[in-house]
Design a protein around this ligand. Structure first.
Ligand code: AP5
Ligand code: MG
Length: 234
């Protein structure tokens, strides 16, 4: 299965995507994590992307499409993958369609996670992340056992993401509304969209998401790939 998790900053894409990928044996393709890793390693991509990320802006489409093209072709993605944070613009979505079509593959489901903006701002202000395994904690709703260190990496202190300052969060939400929210209609028109509330307990959201994905599988709402039809926009 190939699943896209779509939704605004803080809605739970990383939290849910990590569990879905682990439990299903699919690769987790998180573009935000890939970029943060490049920033930490000070690669040319990281030096360039870091500026956009710190400002709450998107990294250029052609850079992101190249990254996902490479990552999704690795052997661990053969059985399936969960895309967290990609696509984020209509040109990225078109490029993904073209990329998959070129491989004789298709997207199986696009899960749109939804939550009110006030909740997103509150969550991101309280988010802390393990720098080793990237697991997201929340000082309010999902704190680490000792309040400071990763449960799975005991000596490792949790950190706050550079782009989780409130002003940057507001900018990221604005960018989401303008550039990413149009993908909801894009995928609805393709018949691939399933909407899942991102509020409630993490486990409740997970179960609702699994059920929604299961329904797309069993009802066959996912349109079959049309042989020879160019999806364009590569
Ligand atoms: P990215 O890393 O993708 O950030 P984002 O989309 O802004 O989303 P977040 O990671 O902030 O939130 P999330 O939905 O993963 O929530 P989480 O599970 O952590 O992108 C970062 C930047 O990289 C972008 O701004 C851009 O610059 C660049 N970029 C990335 N991809 C790009 C692309 N394709 N094109 C261009 N640029 C790109 O949860 C949040 C918090 O809430 C946590 O503390 C968690 O514990 C808590 N939480 C989760 N679920 C619940 C719940 N049900 N109840 C209570 N708390 C919860
Ligand atoms: Mg995330």
């Amino acid at each position: 299965m190939r699943v896209v998790l779509l939704g605004p900053p803080g809605v739970g894409k990383g939290t849910q995507g990590r569990r879905l990928a682990t439990e299903s044996g699919w690769a987790l393709v998180s573009t935000g994590e890939m970029l943060r890793d490049a920033v930490a390693r000070r690669t040319p991509l990281g030096l360039e992307a870091g500026r956009q990320m710190d400002a709450g802006l998107l990294v250029p489409d052609e850079v992101m499409v190249g990254l996902v093209r490479e990552r999704s072709a690795l052997p661990d993605a053969r059985l399936g993958f969960v895309l967290d944070g990609f696509p984020r613009t209509v040109p990225q979505a078109r490029a993904l369609d073209g990329m998959l079509e070129g491989r004789g593959q298709r997207l199986d489901a696009v899960v749109s996670l939804v939550a009110p903006e006030g909740e997103l701002v509150r969550r991101l202000g309280q988010r802390r992340e393990c720098p080793v395994c990237k697991r997201a904690y929340n000082l309010e709703s999902a704190p680490p056992r000792d309040g400071r260190h990763c449960d799975d990496h005991p000596g490792t202190e949790l950190v706050q993401r550079a782009d989780d300052q409130e002003a940057t969060v507001r900018k990221r939400l604005e960018v989401y509304r303008e550039q990413t929210a149009p993908l909801v209609d894009y995928y609805r028109a393709q018949g691939r969209l399933v909407e899942v509330p991102g509020t409630g307990e993490v486990d409740e959201v997970y179960q609702a998401m699994k059920q929604a994905i299961g329904r797309t599988e069993s009802s066959g709402t996912t349109p079959a790939r049309r042989a020879g039809s160019g999806s364009g926009g590569r």
